[in-house]
Design a protein around this ligand. Structure first.
Ligand code: SAM
Length: 264
C-alpha cells in the first residue's frame, strides 16, 4: 500500500487527486468508481451504483465518441454530471447534460469545475418532454433515464420531481418521436436502454456486453441503407466484440430495456 491508499472497512480505498484521475483515464487505465465518486456529495455518492454510469462504461463511451468523431454529445438526464465529466476528460467533445433536478445540476456544475472541464460542458436545468427542447447534437446518451417513474418510492432517487407511470409513457413516447425525426447519421448510445423501442431506421454500430448492462451505439441510416447493411450480422455473431462499425443488427430485439430497475 502506498501513501495514497487507506484501508476503509475491509477494502482498499485509492485516494487520487483530480489530476491523477485525469492522467490515468487519459492513459486508458481502469479505475474503481470510488476513486471518482469521492468528489461527489455524500448523497450522490450513496446513489452512485444505482443511478450513475460506472466509470469504465463512461470511459468506453468516450472511446466510441472519439472513434466516431462526434463533436457534440447530449446526456439525456445528466444526474450529478459524472458521465458528462468523464466523457469530457477523455474526448474533445462538447457535452450538454440536461437534468430535471436543480440540486443535481448545481452539483454537476461544481464537479465539472473541480475537474477543469466546465468550459466544455453545459448543464441545462429542465425536464425534457415537459418544457424542454432537445439540444442539437450529433450524439445522444441514455442511461435508462425514465426508469425511476416505474419503480417504488424506495428505489427512486428522491421525490422532488413528478414520477409516475404516466410520465414514463409520455417521456418514452416523446423520445421515440424525437429519434424518429432526428437527422440522418444521428448517433444514440444507450446503456440499459431508454425504456422504449429504437426506431427501425437505426442500426447498431458498436456494442459492449462486458458492462453490467448492455451498452450500444446506434446510427440513423436512410431506411433503404440500413436494410442493405442487414446482410452483415457480425455484431450478432460476435456479441462480445466491442465495436464494429457499419454492421447491421436487425434480427436482434429492438427493445431497449423496458424493465427499468433501480432507476436505470
Ligand atoms: C439513471 S440517472 C443517469 C444519470 C447520468 N446520465 C449518468 O449516466 O450518470 C437518470 C437521470 O435522468 C434524470 N431525468 C429523468 N427524466 C428526465 C427528463 N425528462 N428530463 C431531464 N432529466 C430527466 C433524472 O433526474 C436522473 O438524474
Amino acid at each position: 500500500m502506498n501513501d495514497n491508499e487507506v484501508t476503509a472497512v475491509g477494502q482498499r480505498t485509492l485516494l487520487l487527486s483530480c489530476e491523477e484521475i485525469v492522467d490515468r483515464l487519459r492513459r486508458g487505465k481502469r479505475l474503481p468508481d470510488h476513486v471518482f465518486d469521492r468528489f461527489l456529495s455524500k448523497e450522490a455518492r450513496s446513489a452512485s451504483t444505482r443511478f450513475w454510469t460506472p466509470l469504465h462504461v463512461a470511459a468506453r463511451v468516450g472511446a466510441w465518441v472519439r472513434e466516431l468523431g462526434m463533436d457534440r454529445l447530449v446526456d439525456v438526464g445528466a444526474g450529478t454530471g459524472k458521465f458528462c465529466v468523464i466523457v469530457s476528460l477523455v474526448t474533445d467533445c462538447q457535452v450538454v447534460g440536461v437534468e430535471q433536478r436543480p440540486h443535481l445540476v448545481r452539483e454537476a456544475r461544481k464537479l465539472a469545475q473541480a475537474f477543469g472541464v466546465e468550459q466544455r460542458i453545459e448543464f441545462v436545468c429542465g425536464a425534457l418532454g415537459l418544457r424542454g427542447q432537445w439540444p442539437r447534437a450529433d450524439a445522444y446518451y441514455f442511461y435508462n433515464p425514465f426508469g425511476e417513474n416505474v419503480v417504488g418510492t424506495a428505489s427512486q432517487l428522491d421525490q422532488t420531481v413528478e414520477l409516475n407511470p404516466r410520465r414514463f409513457q409520455r417521456d418514452v413516447e416523446m423520445t421515440e418521436r424525437f429519434l424518429q425525426d432526428a437527422p440522418l447519421d444521428t448517433v444514440v448510445i444507450d446503456y440499459n436502454g431508454f425504456g422504449g423501442t429504437m426506431p427501425a431506421s437505426y442500426e447498431v454500430i458498436c456494442e459492449n456486453r462486458a458492462a453490467p448492462f448492455l451498452l450500444r451505439a446506434w446510427k440513423k441510416r436512410p431506411d433503404d441503407a440500413s436494410a442493405t447493411d442487414n446482410s452483415d450480422r457480425v455484431v450478432s455473431q460476435h456479441p462480445l466484440r466491442d465495436c464494429r462499425m457499419g454492421v447491421g443488427d436487425r434480427g436482434k430485439s429492438r427493445d431497449t430495456g423496458r424493465t427499468p430497475d433501480r432507476g436505470r
